[in-house]
Design a protein around this ligand. Sequence first.
Ligand code: ATP
Ligand code: MG
Length: 459
Amino acid sequence: MFSSVRLRLTLWYALAFGLLLLGFSLYVLSSLSHDLRSAFDQALVRTAETTASYFDEFVERNNPAAGAIETIRELSHGKTAVAIFRGRQALASTDKDVVALALRSNVVGSLAAGEHALTTDLNRNERLAAVPVRINSVVYTVAVAESMRELTDELARVRRIVLFAMPAALVLAAIGGFFLAGKSLAPVVTISAQAERITAKNLEERLEIKTRDEFGRLAAVFNALLSRLDQSFRVMREFMADASHELRTPLAIVHGEAEVSLSRERTAEEYRESLSIIRDNSKRMALIVKDMLDLARADSGQQTLRREELYLDDVVTACCRSAQPLAQLKGVTLNWSAEEDLSFQGDEELLKRMTVNLLHNAIQYTPSGGSVSVNLHRENGSGVLTVSDTGIGIPPASASRIFDRFYRVAEARTRSDGGSGLGLSIVKLAAESHGGAVSVASKPGEGSTFTVRLPLETL
Ligand SMILES: Nc1ncnc2c1ncn2[C@@H]1O[C@H](COP(=O)(O)OP(=O)(O)OP(=O)(O)O)[C@@H](O)[C@H]1O
Ligand SMILES: [Mg+2]
């Protein structure tokens, strides 16, 4: 039930408002009661004093008994009961009750001059004020009593109003709070409704940002997350499309070759030729799959480097030697130089694949008669490998993309011997997983230079 923020906010709001209202009402009621009661007391004492001073004149004239009756007749009115005592003897009174009340309160005859006493009769809800009049060592007491009914009725009325008004105000506050909370939370509802519609299929959709407040920022953060997800999904989709496209050709060749061979009886020579085509294409597929697997492993952080002690110059020299026949076949001169004893901690197989990929590219994209030169040297604590060729070069627009997976410059794509476009991705992976970097400088028609920097001091 309390899972709704709107409801919780409303309840908190009503609770806070209710406590505030309760505190305020209690304060107002108690101070009102106090003020009314003290005003009532003051008026009562004043009446008692007026009566006492009126009576005083009769006593002065040595006529207290008649004076008491006269005083009461003159000054008492409807709702005020008066009694005048000499000592504890009642000289005159408006009724018996006030005499009894005054005597019961034990103030009659015990008050010093200038004092006054106030007492309440809870049974009859009456308040009594007593004032002494002392003449010639005789103490007279003037007692005045008045019903407090009007006062208590008034207080009860106010209390009732507050009691009824409080729940009403609380309900109104809760309703107001409910609407306010609803209004403040409306953007959240909109955001979640919009977000609910976004799935892997429409990741390009974005949340509408209408405000610049906290919710606006939340939507912006969510949109940024969507953009990143969209980007990764797109890369993944492209990768899958490219991968299946790359594998489709060799698969079709393998399948076609097998079909043709099996369609009728062939000579041993023909079978051998077919099998060698099938072997070459399977090899190509295996290479593509291996490259893809390595790249996928690197993406998911699962790639583990087998670091071992090795000499970079040995790796480079071995690769150049193995690429020499290919260069000769292509009519490209390959020469290399390597600084000796460049010891390094790294994955030999990966470093070999990196060098071979660079060499093959250089040979592959350099026309017959051109040259490829490889150099390895130490520079600022790094082993620097450069592979330069005098080949076709790379158009500036493609230079930033050649390290992307499956990317091939448009002309290269049409070449019959064009690769899968994973070679440089592996070069980049190898350089970066050894803490290094690869860069390219190229001029179309003049040649390209690939430079790999590998920090020698690896942690
Ligand atoms: N030395 C170079 N000279 C000119 N273009 C190059 C050179 N090296 C790479 N390229 C361009 O960069 C593209 C990507 O190279 P990459 O090695 O990744 O793929 P590939 O050679 O096409 O295929 P493979 O996966 O078989 O290596 C190539 O298709 C080519 O267009
Ligand atoms: Mg290549």
